[in-house]
Design a protein around this ligand. Structure first.
Ligand SMILES: [Zn+2]
Length: 66
């Protein structure tokens, strides 16, 4: 009986658990020292990732910018 020949592949040190984007990256914005998550593909922190202001429904928070 030589059925022990097949070697299965099991999770080990050779296979990374998940794809990361580099360790110790910080926000791309000058002055911002927020450390990015290794799972965050963006180059900036969540605050500076995109300059998208949520469209608040109802009254605006700052009427002067309306
Ligand atoms: Zn930032």
């Amino acid at each position: 009986m030589r059925e022990n020949h097949m070697q299965g592949s099991r999770p080990g040190p050779e296979t990374p658990p998940s794809r990361t984007h580099g360790k110790g990256r910080t926000c791309d914005l000058p002055g911002c020292r927020t450390t990015l998550s290794v799972y965050n593909p963006a180059t900036r922190c969540w605050q500076h990732a995109e300059l998208i202001f949520p469209a608040y429904r109802g009254k605006r928070l700052n009427p002067k910018t309306a």
